[in-house]
Design a binder for this molecule. Structure first.
Ligand SMILES: [Mn+2]
Length: 359
């Protein structure tokens, strides 16, 4: 299984190399290295040609690299790693290559010096687009990540009470998702209660959660390297009528957006569907400029579902739908699901109820 998975991904990269009249690729980012060969170490240079795959890494990782990769030559570097990368490229006959635009300037210039006469294409979009449509293994890993996150969250709810702090809530959540087999959190958990909810990315503090607080909880976990992402705004105690109205509007907005998702639709149409609810109520100024983002090996991937970006949706894209309204100094509400574009429409991968009351 593993072999087919990587061969399929590599064939995409090889087609790119051929189409651009190049002789190889140098992959330097963690995500793309993992995507193309399965290696999960923090450091390494992956070289791909029509017939060869070579991973250059250091002694910390050689055993792991051999275990995690298939049909991949592992080369260990010690001191001058970029010289070894350049020499290996020459050995493989790589005289022109695609490199990632995210590599550091230091590495790029040093490598170019070692390589001498060498044509380079710097690329960013292609890799993002390749990873934007998920394969079956990626979809399965994402489902698992979501399942584990939701199982932990389910167990969190009965433990919540008025009077606990935002940090208490986050600590409990982290413990519970880890117990459900999460590898790691996919980003710093957001817990923002009451007026702090207006900070879209408020980290948990020692603020006590009070009766009447709406509490934005935004978190995700990783499984097999893939990220989940979910937000729920929890309703603690007696919620004022005005807050209740805001809360309902955000839920309605999310619902409209999910209903708009299907293959062939533009992401801008999904964005517009969610925004229409806020415009109708004259509240659009209190929303952010984006509705969602792809998830995968990174927490923020393509497609970007936001104003000014447009992507035609295709089956097997996975992205978030996270409408919100933010009133500085007063309150904030956000709700977030992860959706999968299917052949005929959409599957909402998130199953946690949107409305949760804590007494
Ligand atoms: Mn998100």
């Amino acid at each position: 299984m593993k072999k087919i998975q990587y061969e399929k991904r590599l064939s995409g990269l090889r087609a790119y190399i051929e189409d651009h009249g190049l002789t190889g690729a140098l992959i330097t980012s963690y995500e793309n290295r993992r995507y193309f060969c399965g290696f999960t170490g923090s450091s390494g240079y992956l070289l791909v040609t029509r017939d060869h795959v070579v991973l250059i890494t250091d002694k910390r990782y050689t055993t792991q690299a051999k275990e995690q990769t298939v049909d991949c030559e592992i080369v260990e570097h010690s001191q001058d790693r970029l010289r070894l990368v350049a020499d290996t490229m020459k050995r493989l006959g790589i005289t022109s290559s695609v490199m990632e635009s995210g590599m550091t300037a230091g590495e790029y210039f040093s490598l170019k010096e070692h390589l001498g006469d060498h044509r380079t294409v710097l690329e960013d979009e292609y890799f993002l687009e390749l990873r934007m449509v998920k394969d079956e293994w990626e979809i399965e890993a994402t489902r698992e990540a979501i399942r584990r996150a939701e199982a932990g969250f389910d167990r969190l709810i009965p433990r919540l009470k008025i009077g606990m702090t935002e940090k208490d809530l986050a600590d409990e959540l982290h413990y519970l998702v880890n117990r459900e087999g999460a590898e790691a959190m996919s980003f710093g958990t957001i817990v923002a209660s009451g007026a702090r909810g207006a900070m879209a990315h408020g980290f948990p503090t020692n603020k006590v959660i009070e009766n009447g607080d709406m509490v934005v909880v935004d978190f995700g976990v990783m499984y097999d390297g893939y990220c989940s992402d979910m937000t729920r705004t929890l309703l603690f105690g007696d919620i004022s009528q005005e807050n209740r109205r805001i809360f309902n509007l955000v839920l309605e907005s999310g619902k409209r957006a999910v209903e708009a998702v299907r293959p062939g639709v533009h992401s801008s149409e999904v964005e517009a569907a969610h925004r229409a609810v806020f415009i109708r109520e004259g509240l659009d100024d209190y929303a952010l400029r984006g509705l969602g983002h792809g998830i995968g090996l990174q927490i923020h991937e393509c497609p970007r579902v936001q104003i000014g970006k447009d992507t035609v949706l295709r089956p097997n894209m996975i992205f978030t739908i996270e409408p919100g309204l933010y009133f500085p100094g007063v309150c904030g509400v956000r709700t977030e699901d992860d959706v999968l574009v299917t052949e005929s429409g959409v599957e909402n991968l998130s199953h946690t109820p949107h409305e949760i009351h804590i007494e």
